[in-house]
Design a protein around this ligand. Structure first.
Ligand SMILES: Cc1cc2nc3c(=O)[nH]c(=O)nc-3n(C[C@H](O)[C@H](O)[C@H](O)COP(=O)(O)OP(=O)(O)OC[C@H]3O[C@@H](n4cnc5c(N)ncnc54)[C@H](O)[C@@H]3O)c2cc1C
Length: 492
């Protein structure tokens, strides 16, 4: 039986896969390209948690991390963080090529907006610098644009409308093998059964949902892989007014701590604290890590309207795992504890209970009513979140928080201390990040010796929407040019 032939098959339609497809369409319109997307179309991705309802897993396909637009979720806001955020891409591409790709990716992502977004995050006030300096911390400065819910919707719609490439939804790439005579044979699981196609090039842009499946596919192809540098942690949710001042100056506040005050490296992650705060998101991994687990993320908002209580804001705090064996063992150890403590579903305790390692937790209905703000998720239970962590990890997280929140409160001119907020801040877990193995890639994001490219989160180099789009463009440029290196200095 003859199988269809495509010059390029792209698996995953998040920002990386989309940027790759758009760039191929612009640069090599004669190529036959197929997009495969394991999730649903962008406008068919409701998340019950967004409406305060229980996470149901959405029929085996988490609508937050799967679908046209990937983690760019219709109805959410997002931050576009530019280089040097994702600075490992500068090492990967070289300074000039990385800057060019970043400018092109940002221009493409924002082209549908009625006006260019305002960039914050640079030229911070003396007050911000000295507030953090007083705690021995420094803020990483880089330009960040906040796209509110309406603007991100426009971006996602434009990505969809502007693309004429063939796209199969609910279609998951499950196998890719070298084909005799060149190219690859791919197998795709669809609702109609498994289909086979031949491809000149295969681009893996499978993001968070594909985290373990893509690594095992690459291992089967013999691609050298570097294990991930796993980080685990929590998200702190609080009254949005506490984070608004620093969130306005730097919407993607990134603070790393690696000194004698913390045993393990600690860093803030995905800061969601502008004037309108942000919401918690659940990311359901289904069977990616064995028995199902749900982890956390967050997103910034601009359009919410407070009801009876003030809005919530949040930020993540992560620490590198230590003392749990190799990367595989560390992941199994952390997730095993999570399943034992909370059946793999997000849970919470008060900041005071987290700091003091209190075994008993206030029941969620009481706790949520006592909070001085409206919690963003109503589907929580309470439990001993602190028990997820080794004593060293817990000590690093609490010492790290003390300094970060201390600096934020000082900068905001608040007279309260971290301790004063013991009953007013919610500690929600777990955050699990930097889970991607890193395949060996050249500057065109191609693996050694095969017409296979790995881009976006799946490449394990840098996370982020702009960063994913940069890699998508680089791979497309390499494919279009018939070479493995991107065309340095050339636009899309
Ligand atoms: C809730 C949340 C909020 C975030 N907020 C921000 C933010 O504000 N700013 C920012 O820069 N970053 C943010 N991120 C991170 C950002 O979304 C990712 O870094 C980015 O989406 C990565 O793009 P990607 O294309 O590599 O992967 P993804 O966007 O994850 O897309 C991958 C796609 O591949 C599909 N897929 C997976 N496996 C297969 C397969 N085998 N076959 C076919 N399709 C497959 C998935 O269904 C998915 O649609 C956020 C992440 C989350 C989860």
């Amino acid at each position: 039986m003859d199988h269809p032939y495509y010059n390029v098959v792209i698996a995953g339609v998040g920002p990386a896969g989309l940027a790759c497809a758009h760039t191929l369409q612009a640069r090599a319109p004669h190529l036959r390209v197929l997009l495969l997307e394991a999730g649903r179309a962008f406008c068919r991705r409701p998340c019950p948690v967004d409406r305060g309802l229980r996470c149901t897993g959405c029929g085996g396909v988490c609508n937050v991390i799967s679908g046209f637009g990937g983690s760019m979720h219709y109805g959410d806001g997002a931050k576009l963080s530019l280089l040097p955020s994702g600075r490992r891409l500068i090492t990967h591409f070289g300074e000039a090529a990385a800057q060019r790709l970043c400018a092109d990716a940002y221009a493409w992502l924002t082209s549908a907006l009625p006006q260019p977004p305002v960039l914050a995050g640079e030229y911070l006030s003396g007050r911000a610098v000295s507030a953090f300096d007083a705690y021995g911390l420094s803020i990483r400065e880089y330009p960040v644009a906040v796209l509110g819910e309406r603007d991100l919707g426009r971006v996602i719609e434009a990505c969809h409308d502007g693309l004429s490439t063939e796209c199969w939804y609910l279609s998951e790439l499950i196998e890719a093998q070298p084909r005799d005579g060149g190219g690859m044979v791919v197998k795709v699981a669809t609702h109609d059964g498994v289909k086979e196609a031949h491809a000149g090039h295969v681009v893996l842009a499978t993001g968070r949902r594909g985290v373990t499946a893509t690594a095992s596919l690459l291992r089967q192809l013999g691609v050298p892989m570097t294990p991930p540098d796993l980080s685990v942690g929590v998200r702190f949710e609080m009254d949005a007014r506490l984070l608004a001042a620093i969130g306005t100056e730097h919407p993607d506040l990134k603070i790393s701590q690696r000194d004698t005050a913390v045993a393990n490296k600690v860093k803030t992650f995905c800061f969601c604290g502008g004037p309108n705060g942000g919401r918690l998101k659940f990311t359901h991994y289904h069977n990616a890590f064995g028995p199902a687990v749900i982890t956390l993320d967050g997103h910034e908002t601009t359009d919410r309207v407070p009801a009876e209580r003030p809005l919530a804001a949040n930020f993540g705090l992560l620490c590198q795992v230590q003392g749990r064996g190799n990367a595989e063992g560390a992941q199994a150890s952390f997730l095993g504890t999570y399943r034992d403590l909370a059946q793999g579903r997000p849970f919470a305790q008060t900041l005071g209970d987290f700091l003091d390692r209190t075994p008993e937790a206030v029941p969620w209905p009481d706790l949520q009513q006592r909070l001085p703000y409206q919690p963003s998720v109503l589907d929580l239970t309470t439990g001993p979140v602190h028990e997820l962590f080794t004593p060293e990890e817990h000590a690093s997280l609490t010492a790290g928080l003390d300094r970060v929140l201390g600096s934020i409160l000082w900068h905001a001119g608040s007279a309260v201390s971290t301790r004063d907020l013991a009953d007013q801040v919610l500690v929600v877990a777990p955050e699990l990040e930097f889970v991607w193995e890193q395949p060996e890639l050249d500057a065109g994001c191609r693996v050694p010796g095969l017409p296979v490219y790995v881009i976006g989160d799946a490449a394990g180099i840098a996370q982020g929407i702009v960063q994913g789009a940069m890699m998508g463009m680089a791979a497309a440029q390499a494919i279009a040019a018939g070479q493995t290196a991107p065309t340095i200095g050339a636009g899309r």
